[in-house]
Every structure is written in C-alpha cells, then in structure tokens.
Ligand binder design. Structure first.
Ligand code: GTP
Ligand code: SPV
Ligand code: MN
Length: 613
C-alpha cells in the first residue's frame, strides 16, 4: 500500500484534511509525496479499476489510455461558480453564488461522497520551489487518475509544507467524483456524478469540485487555482495571473528573448510554445504552454513564471509536421485521455497521420472505421505529460525569478476580419486589443463549436472576478510598476512588453487556412520581438501597425505576396461592424468599463473614419 505517515509539519493542513475526511467518509486516507513509486501505485490502482488501459510497452513505454464517461469530456462552464461576497464582484462573466449558502450546499453534496473509496491528499507547489512567486495547495481527491495526473501537472512534494509555512497558507482544493461505493460494490471505470459543481471561494482560498473527473474540472491546480483564484489574489497584490504560454527565442547573435501569448482554449498555445525553428540561427525553447504568473520586477520589466510542471495538451491535430517536439515528448510516460486505440495497443487521433490505421477502436471503446461518420478520438482528447519530457524545455523554466517578457501576443480563432498581426500603439491600446479579443468556440469546453464569442485575454472562463475590473487592473500596471521601481510612468512604458494582436486562423472561400501556421508563426514572433527591440519597421493601419507588405521574410513557398496582402488587410466596413460588436460587449459590463477603453474604441472609430476604403 502507499505510504501513509507523512511528516505533516502544518497543523492547519492536517486539521483541514481531517475535517474533509470526517465529512466525506473515505475508507482510507493516503498522503502523496510525489515519488515515482507512489505514482506507479496510483497508476496500478487506476489500471485495476479499468480507468487506465496500459498501452503496448514496445510502442509507448509506461503510457496509458483513459476513456472518460461520454458526458464528462470537457470543462463545464455552466457548472462553474464564483462565490464572492457580492454578485457585482464576480461580474457578468461568472456564475455567481452567495458564498455561505453555496458552501452549505456543497458540504451537503460532499457528505459521505467518498464512501468505499480512498481519499488521496496531494500537497503541491505551483511555481519553482522557493520562488517568491510560488504558491502551495492541498488537493484531496477520490480518483487515482486525478491524483496521478496532478503528480504530473504540479510539483507534488513534501516541500509544499515548507512553502505553506513560508507563505502562511495554502489553497484548499476539494475534489470528488461523487460516486460513493456501497459495501462490496466495485467502481465504474470512470466514476462520476451527473450533478457537477466546480465552485470557487476566493475569500477562503478554496475550490470545491464535485461530479466530474475531467481536465480543468478535476485537476484543480490548473484553471481553478492558477487562474480563477490566482487572478483574484493577483489584483489585490499587484500582479497578473494569465492564460498565457511563455516561450524563449534565441536570435542568431545569441540574445535571449521571452514572449507570452494569450489564446483561448484549443487555439494554439501549446503549439506556439513548442515551435521547432526552421530559420537558420534562431532557436525556440518552451517555458510554459498554458499559464503565466507575471510580476513587476525591480527593473520595471514584467517577469513570468510557469506555475505548472506538466502539459495537458490537445491531441487532435498534433503530428510530426505540426508539432514534432510534442510528438517526441509523447513517446513514453504519458497518460492519454479519449484518444483512439490501435490494434497493436498504441494511440491515434485525427491529424496524427494522413490516413487512419485500420482496426481502430474509438474513444468510447467501439470499433471504428473512416465510414463511421464520427471522429475516432474525441475532439478534446488530451495528453498529460511531465515538462521534463519536453526536449526543448528552457533551463530557466524552473528559475525562481522567472523570465523577463519583451512582447505579448493576444489572439483567437477568427475566420476573417482580424489580420494576421497588428501591433498596438501603446500599453493602453494593447489592453484594448486584449479586452476586445474574440474567438470561435472549440471543443475544450461544452458549448456550440464554431460560434464566435468575446474572450478577453482568453480569460472569459477563467477570470475570478468582474472582467471590467480586470481590464482596469491591466491598465493600472504602469502605475504599479512606477510605484514599485521609482521610475517615471514614461520610463516604465519603455520597459513594459509591447502587445500584438494575432490571428493564425483566417480562411479562404473553400474554408482552408490561408496562413500555414505552426512553425511558420515564428516569423510573426520574430517580427514582434524585433519591433519590441526597435529593429524592424512597420506601417500604420487604422488598427495599429503591421509589417510592411513587401516584408520578404514573411513570404515563403506557402505564402505568396498576395496571400500576405489578404492576411494583413484591414477591411474597414467589417471593422466598423466589429467596433459596434465591441461596443455592445463593453456595454454588458455597465459602468464598470474603464473610461480608457471607451476612449480606445473611439480612437479606433476615428482612425477607421479617416480610411473609408
Ligand atoms: P488548450 O490546451 O485548450 O489551452 O489549447 P492550446 O491553446 O494550447 O491549443 P493547441 O496548441 O493545443 O492547439 C489546439 C488545436 O489548434 C490543435 O488541433 C492544433 O493542431 C491547432 N493549431 C495550433 N496552432 C495552429 C496554427 O498555427 N494554425 C492552425 N491552423 N491550427 C493550429
Ligand atoms: C483549457 O480549456 O484551456 C485547457 C483544458 O487547458 S482544461 O484544463 O480542461 O481547462
Ligand atoms: Mn494547451
């Protein structure tokens, strides 16, 4: 059996766990220490339950396939709640519930919910151990799959107790699949409960998640802690918790640059974070693929850490052509969820190869052929793998100070209207570009795929408070930096990253992507970094700045000059409508919308009016 006598130094942690066990009534409580042997024991338990299917060790050593319940396949935004004291604080972007009654409701739901199951207690650190920016958490869960996944995704270690002591506290994360077992009853392979709650209590640094075993609903360190609760604390403490990748780019002269990118779920963060450079002399390395915690440094620059230690990435579309770094990383020691299974015990998903192998079993466990009329892998099928498996991870991904950011990308999936790249004219204009972002919905969350919705800074499902106040917080960053460093606001502006809007997803009349994307995105990243360094030129448009249309470095075999013109074009009538849509969206936040964003919208309208082509 797993080790069960931790040296829990923190009495508060111990008494919280005792309280949870008293309410949920598991048959046993097991504390995790992050060791390899314990991870293997969790895997063995999950295999025994039928949750994990071992893959062919010749093909994919130490790797497993999980098939979820068909109703438990993505984040459930409708069942995600933010319980701040007032509804206004949560904002129109969140499902608000009154904290006291919601807590009572959830205590009722959690009552005896772990009967017959083991409760795993997971002490974890988000961020490099010992970093001033790191935070600790304790998650309890009755799902060994979740406990094993948390071991990959976070730094599970007894060091968490030192962090708890140093930071005077920890996030309390309650998780249960909500499927108690009667005496002698055996578990389903994917236990769950149809009544799902993912409830956040920012005042108590607490998450209570019930019913779902999937992704962000269950791996509570990720979206619940590192984004919703962290964004709430970040506002009060003067930093930013963002849904952003972090990537390192080394230029041919050996200068190191760091860039972040906010893209909605399934819109290209993991891929951009792992680009393999095909440009002579340029090197790309990964720091993080999903979340960035960003602080103002003593030098007035913004410094980012990746709080996670693993990747929970989208499988479909990942191939040796699109993301060779990920394909190598997935060669072993990976948990796959909802991919298809091949006859020889390996995984497959749409896009992995041009032709599917014969004799596939789909993500639900049924025989599949190309004539089945449905995908073999679920569109939100995922891989869970440790950061250490990534051959291109930059050594400083674990640096306690983080890395200094010189440019930030913001962008979504827009079939038209939004150009390939648009540079903001100022910090405030950049915040406007982030605040007015929109994207076609993907399979990462429940909801209709393809519908365009506003998703400011890719934080719509993840901001723990009113988005309008969040925009105000972004606008405060220059003042926060000036106060922290003693620099003037003007000096601070020189240090802050430049913000760029991007869109890799414009399509032609046949619905084909015009921009090749993936590794080719490096060219846009390089232009952005050179703009930030003051070494590339740009042309003005009504939207901001763009690369000159004769920018030879952006044209290639796949992208003709005329494609580039289409990709960079600003369609003024479409943008007049877009300005109306942005205005309508801002109005849904009433008086809270910062006046500065209204001024930015007005400035956009007047630039458009001067260019009525
Ligand atoms: P989450 O993990 O949900 O936050 O997603 P993500 O933002 O990390 O997206 P990811 O990089 O996993 O990409 C999601 C899907 O978009 C995959 O199917 C990719 O193949 C596809 N994709 C990524 N980058 C590009 C691109 O530049 N162009 C095109 N056309 N597709 C892309
Ligand atoms: C996302 O939806 O942005 C994800 C997957 O990264 S989940 O962890 O389920 O939120
Ligand atoms: Mn991702």
């Amino acid at each position: 059996m797993l080790a069960n006598s931790p040296s829990v130094k923190d009495a508060t942690a111990k008494s919280w766990v005792d309280e949870v066990a008293r309410i949920t009534k598991p048959r046993e409580v097991i504390w995790l220490d992050g060791s390899k042997s314990q991870y293997q024991e969790l895997i063995d338990v999950a295999v025994g339950m039928g949750t994990l299917i071992p893959l062919n060790p010749q093909k994919r050593p130490r790797s497993y396939l999980a098939r979820s319940h068909p109703r438990d396949v993505a984040r459930m935004e409708d069942r995600t709640f933010v319980c701040t004291p007032t509804e206004a604080e949560a904002g129109p972007n969140n499902n608000w519930r009154e904290p006291k009654s919601m807590r009572e409701k959830l205590l009722d739901v959690f009552s005896e919910c772990m009967q017959g199951r083991v409760m795993y207690v997971i002490p974890f650190v988000m961020g490099p151990v010992g970093s001033p920016f790191s935070r600790a958490g304790l998650q309890v869960t009755d799902a060994p799959y979740v406990a094993a996944s948390m071991t990959i995704m976070t730094r599970v270690a007894p060091a968490a107790f030192d962090e708890i002591a140093a930071k005077h506290g920890f996030v309390r994360a309650w998780h249960s699949v909500g499927a108690p077992l009667a005496e002698g009853e055996t578990s389903d392979s994917w236990p769950h409960n149809d009544s799902v709650y993912v409830a956040h209590f920012p005042q108590e640094s607490t998450v209570m998640s019930f019913g779902s075993g999937y992704g962000g609903n269950a791996l509570l360190a990720k979206k619940c802690f590192a984004l919703r609760l962290a964004s709430y604390s970040a506002r009060a403490e003067g930093w930013l918790a963002e849904h952003m990748l972090i990537v390192k780019v080394t230029d041919p002269e050996g200068n190191e640059h760091y860039l972040t990118g906010a893209f909605p779920s399934a819109c290209g963060k993991t891929n951009l974070a792992m680009m393999r450079s095909h440009l002579p002399g340029w090197q790309v390395q990964t720091i993080g693929d999903d979340i960035a915690w960003i602080h103002v440094g003593d030098d007035g620059r913004l410094w980012a850490i990746n709080p996670e230690s693993g990747f929970f990435g989208v499988a479909p579309g990942t191939s040796p052509k699109t993301n060779p770094v990920a394909i190598e990383m997935l060669a072993s020691d990976t948990i796959f969820t909802n991919t298809a299974l091949t006859a020889d015990g390996d995984v497959w998903w749409e896009g992995l190869t041009d032709e599917p192998p014969s004799d596939l079993i789909d993500w639900r466990g049924a025989a599949w052929s190309p004539d089945s009329g449905r995908p073999a892998a679920h569109p939100n099928a995922r891989f869970t793998v440790a950061t250490s498996r990534c051959s291109e991870i930059a050594p400083e991904w674990n640096s306690p100070a983080g890395v200094p950011i010189s440019a930030m990308l913001v962008g979504g999936r827009r079939p038209d209207t939004v150009p390939l790249v648009n540079e903001s004219l100022s910090w405030e204009h950049g915040v406007f570009l982030g605040a007015s972002m929109s994207s076609a919905q993907t399979a990462a969350a429940e909801g209709e795929v393809g519908v365009v919705r506003r998703d400011p800074f890719a934080m719509l499902p993840f901001c723990g408070y009113d988005l309008a106040q969040y925009w105000q917080h972004w606008l405060e960053i220059p003042r926060i930096a000036a106060a922290k460093t003693g620099l003037s606001i003007e000096e601070v502006r020189q240090q802050l990253p430049k913000i760029f809007q991007v869109n890799w997803f414009q399509v032609d009349e046949e619905g084909r992507f015009i921009w090749p994307g993936f590794a080719e995105n490096l060219k846009i990243v390089i232009w952005a970094l050179q703009r930030a360094a003051g070494s590339a030129s740009a042309d003005s448009t009504p939207l901001g700045l763009r690369p000159p249309l004769d920018e030879a470095s952006l044209v290639s075999g796949e992208v003709s000059t005329s494609d580039l013109e289409t990709l960079l074009a600003v369609d003024v009538p479409k943008w007049s409508l877009e300005a109306d849509r942005i205005s309508e969206y801002f109005e849904t936040f009433g008086n809270e919308v910062p006046a500065e964003l209204g001024a930015q919208l007005q400035a956009l309208r007047s630039r458009l009016a001067k260019n009525p082509t």
